[in-house]
Design a protein around this ligand. Structure first.
Ligand SMILES: [Zn+2]
Length: 187
């Protein structure tokens, strides 16, 4: 594989239209490790790859033996920590349901199809609540590279949209307030 090491990767989150793509520029090794995390999430859920351990072993070996720039040690400690907790990669980081399950394990809610011209008969799957998008655990901030394996996960579209450009903690504070003012607290 030949990758120019002076190139900042951009647009790795093209599925996610919530953020400014300019903020997603990152170093090549962060982009590579982000794709590892995202790829394992997809393989373990939507593609039902059963032996994730084998897959992780092969990926680690590829990362160790690549010849892009030997000054960078891969996998980074951050990626090693993430891969030890591989179960969490199959879960949406906000609602904690599996990526191939409905949002928050709620029953599927029927929505009217959005208007489509006659030559298109099906609703775009990307618009469904449970479709998956890239979520940043901490929102992207200009001049700070946080488009990294540590910060990038797949999550449901509904969950991603509800976070807008806030962190998970800020989103949970918001949700806690909403639940309380609607008298829906169970305790
Ligand atoms: Zn979710």
């Amino acid at each position: 594989m030949v990758v120019r090491r002076d190139v900042h990767f951009q647009g790795a989150c093209s599925m996610n239209d919530v953020h400014d793509p300019g903020l997603e520029s990152t170093e090549w090794w962060h982009a590579l490790e982000s794709f590892v995390v995202l790829g394992i999430s997809i393989a373990g859920t939507l593609y039902s790859v059963e032996n994730i351990e084998n897959l992780i072993g092969s990926i680690i070996s590829l990362l160790k033996n690549r010849d892009i720039d030997k000054r960078i040690d891969l996998p980074t400690d951050a990626l090693k920590r993430i891969l030890k907790d591989k179960e969490s990669l199959s879960l949406c980081p906000l609602c904690k349901s599996r990526l191939d399950s409905n949002v928050a394990n709620l029953p599927k809610r029927e929505r009217n199809s959005t208007w489509q011209p006659q030559w298109r008969t099906t609703k775009r799957a990307e618009g469904e609540d449970k479709s998956i998008q890239i979520i940043h655990l901490k929102p992207l901030i200009e001049s700070t590279v946080i488009h990294t394996a540590k910060n990038v996960r797949y999550g449901h579209r509904w969950c991603n949209v509800s976070m807008t450009d806030h962190s998970i903690d800020e989103t949970l504070d918001f949700m806690e307030h909403v639940v309380r003012v609607h008298g829906r607290c169970k305790k």
